[in-house]
Design a binder for this molecule. Structure first.
Ligand SMILES: [Zn+2]
Length: 300
């Protein structure tokens, strides 16, 4: 069986422009199987999975990047978090009182913003917010890069969530420049490459090997394609992390929950794993006998 959950990075050797192509199959099926999502939400989450996969490849630290849609419209909350080790997880909530959800991205994400958070394991978090006022998620992410990093960026996102479940995406980005003269030159090359990429179809991205795709688009250019990297669906929740979250609650309050309910049950919003804690756990936590940092073990 061909490995389908892959991230491919490449550079144009003669221009300061880099690219990525992501092809997701099993991982996005696993993501969508975690919830009973209506069609427009499945489609949104599938595209967010490709977007987060493309963005996590740009991380220059150990940690996570999350794309979070927060709104008061049909989609109230959707989050996709990806790690520098190329795993991702996600979840979405929507207005369940609506008989039918709108089909277009703009209507679905009306009255919402996109929050992009970079969370290094060590160091400060960085958060950027962009309006979801473009016709597609891809365009909103492009404007995030324009605003926050002043880097010319083109993003393409594709999804198939009815017959089969697949997602894919492509990113083109000008690398940070040293002079204005080269910047102008790179911008010209960038627009040329983007115009060619506009002709890609979802089917091609889902089914063709990346070498073939790149040859089809850019055979006249000198491209270096790096080894493909596997990307997986994985939740980073763990018993230790869940317990650590209870540190912020008073010990007496925790003990009274155990007394009333027999246990403290915590449910992971992403993968629905349940962790249960008793009075002994609470005592150990507050006695400082619990490793509460960097103790996450990925769950499948
Ligand atoms: Zn989980």
């Amino acid at each position: 069986m061909t490995q389908k959950d892959l991230l491919h990075r490449f550079v144009f050797n003669e221009e300061h422009i880099r690219g990525e192509i992501v092809q997701l199959d099993y991982s996005v099926k696993a993501l969508l199987n975690k919830g009973d999502y209506p069609a427009p939400i499945r489609d949104l989450l599938a595209k967010m999975a490709s977007a987060a996969s493309l963005l996590c490849a740009t991380l220059k630290f150990e940690g996570e990047i999350s794309l979070q849609i927060q709104g008061k419209g049909p989609v109230s909350y959707a989050i996709l978090t990806a790690t520098n080790t190329l795993t991702y997880r996600g979840v979405a909530r929507w207005d369940e009182t609506l008989e039918q959800l709108p089909q277009t991205f703009e209507e679905l994400c009306a009255d919402a913003v996109l929050v992009i958070t970079l969370s290094p394991n060590e160091g400060e978090r960085y958060q950027g917010v962009v309006a979801l006022d473009k016709p597609s998620l891809a365009q909103c992410i492009e404007s995030y890069f324009e605003q926050s990093e002043q880097l010319l960026t083109r993003v393409y996102l594709y999804s198939e969530t009815e017959q089969d479940v697949k997602s894919g995406g492509m990113l083109l980005q000008v690398l940070p420049q040293s002079s204005e003269a080269t910047e102008h030159q790179e911008a010209e090359a960038f627009h040329h490459f983007a115009t060619l990429a506009d002709t890609l179809t979802a089917d091609e991205v889902f089914s063709l090997p990346v070498k073939t795709l790149l040859h089809r688009l850019y055979h006249e250019h000198d491209i270096e394609l790096f080894d493909a990297e596997e990307i997986r669906y994985a939740c980073t929740c763990s018993r230790e992390r869940s317990l650590a979250a209870l540190l912020h609650v008073e010990k007496s309050e925790l003990l009274s929950i155990v007394e009333e309910q027999g246990e403290i049950a915590m449910n992971c919003q992403y993968c629905h794993a349940t962790y249960s804690f008793d009075a002994i756990d609470v005592e150990a936590l507050h006695a400082g006998n619990v490793a509460t940092q960097n103790s996450a073990s990925p769950q499948h």
